[in-house]
Ligand binder design. Sequence first.
Ligand SMILES: [Zn+2]
Ligand SMILES: [Zn+2]
Ligand SMILES: [Zn+2]
Ligand SMILES: [Zn+2]
Ligand SMILES: [Zn+2]
Length: 661
Amino acid sequence: MGEMEMMMRGREEIEMGEDLTRPLPPLSFSLHHSLLLSHCSSCFSPLPSSPLPPIFPPRFPPSNSNPKILYCSSQCSFSDSPLHFSSAEHHLLCLLPSAAAADSSDLRAALRLLESNPATRRSSSVSRIAGLSTNLHKLANDDEEEVAARIRDGARAMAAARRMRDRDCSGEESEGEEEAMAAAALCAVLTNGVEVQVKSGRTLGVAVYGGGGFSWINHSCSPNACYRISLHSDLQTTSFLPDHETAAMRIVPCCNKETQCGCSYGPRIIVRSIKRIQKGEEVTVAYTDLLQPKSVRQSDLWSKYRFICCCSRCGSVPPTYMDRVLEEISVVNGNSSSSDSGFYRDKATQMLTQYIDDAISDYLSIGDAQSCCEKLDHVLTRGLPDEQLERNEGTSLPTYTYWLHPLHHLSLNAYTTLASAYKTCSNDMLALFSEANENLCVAFDMSRTSVAYSLLLAGATNHLFQFEPSLIASVANYWVSAGESLSTFARSSMWRELIPLSSLSSIIRHNCLKCSLGNKYETGSFHSQVQYEDFAHVSSKFLDCVTDYMQKVWHLLVHGCNHLRVFKDPLDFSWLVTAKYSSMWEICSHCSSNNIGSNSDIYENIPLCEAQGCTTQVRIHLFQLGVHCLLYGAYLSSICFGKHSYLTCHAQNILDTVEHD
Ligand SMILES: [Zn+2]
Ligand SMILES: [Zn+2]
Ligand SMILES: [Zn+2]
Ligand SMILES: [Zn+2]
Ligand SMILES: [Zn+2]
């Protein structure tokens, strides 16, 4: 990665939702350090109850200490053990103090890269290893001492491990040469390494893919392709049989430099189109989160890859609508408000970021979901007053208050957290007081607020998706989450207490008469090229239906919630163009002043379950809305990741479960 002088182009015209490469093997990879004794170092699968140690070569007598890495099977141990020793990975693990070993995966991947590409030894230049740019001169002489030190110390440890391996034989290189090669390999891993993320998004390790293939695909903040990792064990169960590996690549490098073949095992990477790609057009992927504003993307890319992105989205003047709202903050000073006070923006951004981070860490680090919900709802509904400013410059000045735009990236983070934290609150409440009906009411209210936030998040990103089609992978994720949340809520046993006559089977036996999304899913024709090409049509059908159902259930989901009820329809954000979002919540001042306390800060004192509205009909609509979100999420996910991918299968599994309850 970061290979700005190389590029990959479409070899032919390619539609959206097509694999552009075969599953490409890694040049090098390593399991994350914390997983060394729980996952197989060769295939990354969880270890069985009796895992196998590496096979010690005759040169190295087995040590008495416990093995440092393990394998799931004799096959895995047989294929990977030789490299484990020859690369000096074993020696590195023996040398490193356990504290430093916490992030040894980059060093180990670099040792493996060095060993499997011996050509590096003879090469006078260390700017490239196996066709990969090392970025060595940029990283090793970096202004940030932390980066340079990490490379220096890492290279030293790698060189020491290699000397320890070679103690019987005379090494060919001097100490200085050894360290220079080690530094180059480490930089190649840092610059080109891809996180091996599988299933639910967990990171298992790092892998490096070859030049002339994946690593020459450049970054764009509006990319036309995405990638997924497939573990070898997954491949055997899908259509990728060995002969598939010789299948033609649909993208070609810009020049004819030699390409490297990788390991015969390890996590593979597959690139797929998310937009139509013309013949000869450059193929790009995202190296960073696209739902961030330009400044955040640029600093992230710089700190990881040392380049400044000049893609069309970054270069757009004026900034694109999406980049504008992702960082828009309104500053209110007494009665005057402005959406773009350049002077205060940096400070406001800093304060809001800090506040939101603190609230999120209440939940994620301390486990206090309720405090997190209160803080986030508070800042979204009332803004953040700048008291510091007031103190510093005398008390006579009116207070400045900073408001996040509802589509600000921090707002999106807040919705994600709120969806999860409210669900946790609800579950805690149910677990603690399963008997009392009053608590059931509160649990029910928190549960529906959680559902509402996941719908708001899906609606907000779907809105941005209309302006930036490369958001498809994020949007797929959020629709699946919203669908899962809705269908769980609609099927919850809490309803039994609230509407005794509402039985689950009567809820799920309804097909949508309006759209044929469900029928296409049943007949299996849903995830096909024909359907992808019909993208605009499928999407508008979906939005039609979802808008209908939303009108029937949204009011109920947000009833009493001071923040959420400002959104009349979570799919429609067009009103924000003219509205002052900082004043949207002022109409509700009567309830915020009366009720000061934990829950009343968020809700008016009308528990939903005592109000009318909880009917079987509403429950059916909630369920139907959930099914639509799941179907559309699965459709989008099959476009970006294929129909056998984790997310697609996950959504389909939920659909299968709910329909055969
Ligand atoms: Zn294995
Ligand atoms: Zn070992
Ligand atoms: Zn960019
Ligand atoms: Zn429908
Ligand atoms: Zn009110």
